[in-house]
Design a protein around this ligand. Structure first.
Ligand code: ASP
Length: 439
């Protein structure tokens, strides 16, 4: 098996000379870290600006016919300072002038935004003494903006096959006509994942400023425990509930290729971080959960009609009303004569009354109840489907904390229990569930 690690470093890991030095130490401490994917420099302190944000601002100025020079000079100063902090002899001024010239000539928004990664990649390659390989020649998009997997795979395989160590800027690639195109924000994660899958890496490291995932939200629970291992499926369930460190789309290429992702902290490199692993090889961790996350502000519409179970197409009628009103739903727990629709509140803004009226007319239910201000909590754990007693523990904890459970749904995914509570009991519920699984 090849020993190749692809390491992506986020913006805060590369925000200034001090961070660059930490990154260099990390990369050089392991020979297998061969392909390095940098983001653009991020914030150095709380109220600092991210380079990518400044570049988007340049583009916004141009679109409104406002001079962009002032904003672009902040970008220039950041890179000049960085190169001087690192004592590099490269001519970054020339690159900056080139870019400025292209912007003046009407460069696209994607081109402008991508220069943050491009310049950072040049600097990092110079600093590490690695080859710089431009992502424009590796990552390709089709006309419709979707990744051209075949062309990309071929380009990466052939271009990198005899390059031992390289820095490849994240976030962008090119269209068939050579124009630069970026992924959505945070897209360097995707670049790293694509490179990892194409070079058949045995590990994709994602270096950021936190030591992986926490079992729950630290703004609700003090110092929650770190998750050592999580499966892709569990991660999907938890990130759907808002617990994200990683760009969602970054998961697919590596998951498909069976490559684990290690989320690590540049500021605490000895910490093991979180390892995201294949669902199949993961051992079930019996008796415990992996994490608990949740979101507030859902509305539950409960529709009751006796003999609903024998009436064909009843749910279809309800769902087509939602569709006609351009509203999607999150969950749909049902009973013999009853079905509930759980919908994110903002999606119903200005539409609720109309939807209720239409359900009343087209479905003639016995009753419709609307219950706003609900929160959903997902208790996620791959051990859940095999071990007895996990849900008992969850509900006992909630009962002891006097949390009123309004809805329970285990649904198709046996690794998650979704619990509906009132918004105002949300934090209490999360704390009590976390507490029983803490050790
Ligand atoms: N620099 C880009 C952004 O801020 C991409 C990335 O950091 O992944 O969105």
């Amino acid at each position: 098996m090849k020993n190749i690690v692809v390491a992506k470093f986020g913006g805060s890991s590369l925000a200034d000379g001090k961070q660059f030095n930490k990154v260099k130490k990390i990369i050089l401490s392991d020979e297998s870290r061969k392909y390095i994917v940098p983001s653009a420099p991020g914030k150095r302190f709380k109220d600092d600006q991210k380079i990518t944000d400044l570049l988007y601002l340049c583009d916004a100025h141009i679109k409104q016919n406002i001079p962009f020079d002032d904003v672009f000079s902040i970008v220039k100063r950041r890179y000049l300072k960085l190169v001087s902090e690192l004592n590099l002899s490269m001519d970054i001024q020339k690159e900056l002038n080139n870019i400025e010239e292209k912007i003046k000539l009407g460069a696209s928004q994607d081109y402008i935004a991508s220069r943050g990664e491009y310049l950072n990649g040049l600097i990092l390659a110079n600093f590490l003494n690695f080859q710089f390989v431009d992502a424009a020649g590796l990552i390709f998009f089709k006309e419709n903006g979707i990744l051209d997997e075949e062309k990309t795979r071929f380009a990466i395989k052939s271009r990198l096959s005899n390059v031992d160590k390289a820095v490849i800027p994240g976030f962008y690639g090119s269209m068939r006509n050579g124009e630069i195109k970026t992924f959505s924000r945070g897209g360097s994660d995707i670049t790293g994942a694509i490179i990892a899958s194409c070079v058949e890496a045995n590990l994709y490291e994602n270096w950021t400023d936190v030591s992986g995932f926490l079992m729950t939200d630290p703004s609700i629970v003090d110092n929650p425990k770190n998750i050592e291992k999580i499966t892709y499926r569990e991660l999907r369930e938890l990130s759907y509930m808002g617990a994200t460190v990683l760009h969602e789309e970054a998961i697919f290429p590596v998951r498909k290729a069976g490559i684990p992702i290690n989320i690590k902290n540049t500021n605490e490199p000895e910490h093991q971080g979180t390892l995201i692993i294949n669902d199949v090889i993961a051992k079930n961790c019996m008796g415990t959960i992996t994490g608990v996350a949740g979101k507030k502000n859902f509305t539950v519409i409960t529709i009751e009609k006796s003999m609903m179970n024998v009436e064909q197409g009843y749910c279809r009628k309800i769902l087509s009303i939602l569709e006609d009103n351009d509203v999607s739903f999150e969950h749909m727990p049902s009973g013999v004569d009853i079905v509930s629709l759980i919908i994110s509140q903002p999606k119903l803004d200005g539409k609720l009354e109309k939807i209720i009226k239409e359900i009343d007319i087209k479905c003639s239910p016995d009753s419709i109840e609307v219950h706003p201000d609900m929160a959903l909590i997902a208790v996620v754990g791959r051990g859940m489907n095999r071990s007895v007693g996990i849900s008992a523990k969850v509900f006992k904890a909630l009962a002891l904390s006097e949390v009123n459970v309004r809805m329970i749904s285990q649904g198709a995914s046996e690794i998650t229990i979704i619990i509906g509570v009132e918004n105002n009991q949300f934090e209490k519920a999360i704390r009590s569930i976390y507490k029983v699984f803490e050790d």
